[in-house]
Design a protein around this ligand. Structure first.
Ligand SMILES: *[C@@H]1O[C@H](CO)[C@@H](O)[C@H](O)[C@H]1NC(C)=O
Ligand SMILES: *[C@@H]1O[C@H](CO)[C@@H](O)[C@H](O)[C@H]1NC(C)=O
Ligand SMILES: *[C@@H]1O[C@H](CO)[C@@H](O)[C@H](O)[C@H]1NC(C)=O
Ligand SMILES: *[C@@H]1O[C@H](CO)[C@@H](O)[C@H](O)[C@H]1NC(C)=O
Ligand SMILES: *[C@@H]1O[C@H](CO)[C@@H](O)[C@H](O)[C@H]1NC(C)=O
Length: 299
């Protein structure tokens, strides 16, 4: 209770258009995935420049400058005007991975990892204390997702890959991941956030042309999760309160597009994927991880 009241007033003040140039991020930043305004796509291939890993997680034979687009979308709530810009992660028929010799034909994926986010339990500041993970999404009408599929687009994966502390999914969620697998308009047009056991804690409709801002706070000491959300440029709102969650296992924030197949048993090796001649994209902005140990959260 009262964890974020400290900054509630600041957030209200920042809603004023006169203060829009100020950074809406008010807490110590652990990892900043926001893209500098003057970046070109080739910057994502340069390890000393990109805020993200230049190696992982992309299809074989692809470079990040082939995967990332820099759309002319408006700034999101947690970008500073003239300082940051949105990026778009894309997938197409070449977004494929190989295990040994064998091509993994079930899913299509392009996933960003924050550059210094280490994959070991408790190895970095985002795996201890109280941490808030922020991201905003927007849809690209020229590269729409096919929401008959499950899209697992953001998650924090345990270092031993045995599960995720939380998962952000859109579209028709497969039964193996806790969904119905039934292709109805309601199932399709929904974002959901799942806990460590894949239980849905929060859902909200996918908006066609507005930013949607999400934040997930993990308290590693007390083993709780708390979700915050706002549409457009509105301040974030607590939408769940603190809920018990298994936050053990450390790991990494994964962010991008992971499009799962339909009619699948294994997700990795089998199932249906329609051809994607134009590719699909997910626009992101305001990606950052902040230290909330002293009760601070950017709203
Ligand atoms: C972007 O601007 C910063 C200073 O604001 C500068 O240091 C950097 O070299 C620029 N990057 C590119 C790719 O132009
Ligand atoms: C990557 O390139 C190699 C060599 O040209 C080719 O054999 C392989 O099929 C390509 N992989 C994909 C997923 O297209
Ligand atoms: C964004 O706008 C600039 C300048 O108008 C243009 O050169 C660029 O191609 C546009 N980018 C996209 C992805 O549409
Ligand atoms: C969307 O996915 C479903 C299930 O794979 C497929 O039947 C349908 O043809 C796809 N739609 C488009 C527009 O590709
Ligand atoms: C975590 O639990 C401790 C001990 O039960 C309690 O004093 C503290 O307020 C809790 N922290 C939060 C953020 O709820």
């Amino acid at each position: 209770m009262g964890k974020f009241h400290l900054l509630a007033n600041v957030a209200v003040a920042l809603a004023s258009p006169y203060l829009r140039f100020r950074d809406t991020v008010q807490c110590p930043i652990i990892f900043d995935g926001r893209v500098p305004h003057n970046f070109s796509t080739t910057a994502f291939d340069l390890a000393d420049v990109s805020p993200y890993s230049t190696q992982y997680v992309k299809g074989e034979n692809l470079t990040w400058s082939q995967i990332i687009l820099l759309p002319n979308a408006s700034s999101s709530r947690f970008d500073t005007l003239g300082v940051h810009r949105p990026l778009e992660v894309t997938i197409n028929d070449h977004s494929l991975f190989r295990a040994g010799q064998r091509l993994q034909t079930g899913f299509r994926r392009a996933g960003l990892l924050l550059k210094n986010d280490k994959n070991a339990a408790g190895a970095d500041a985002a795996d201890q204390g109280v941490v808030t993970f922020h991201w905003s999404v927007k849809q690209d009408a020229s590269k729409p997702l096919n929401l008959s599929h499950e899209y697992m687009n953001v998650w924090h994966e345990k270092a031993d890959y045995s599960g995720n502390q939380f998962t952000f999914v859109g579209g028709v969620v497969l039964p193996a991941d806790g969904g119905t697998g039934v292709d109805t308009p309601e199932e399709k047009n929904t974002w959901r956030i799942q806990d460590s056991k894949n239980k849905f804690l929060f859902c909200t409709p996918i908006l066609g042309d507005a930013w949607q801002n999400f934040a997930v706070q993990l308290d590693y000491t007390n083993n709780t999760i708390q979700i915050f959300y706002s549409p457009g440029n509105k301040p974030l709102k607590d939408v769940t309160g603190q809920i018990p969650n298994d936050n053990a296992g450390g790991g990494q924030l994964q962010l991008g597009i992971a499009k799962k197949p339909t009619e699948t048993d294994t997700v990795v090796w089998d199932g249906y994927q329609e051809p994607m001649p134009l590719g699909e994209g997910q626009v992101y902005a305001g990606v950052f991880v902040e230290d909330s140990s002293d009760g601070c959260i950017s709203m």
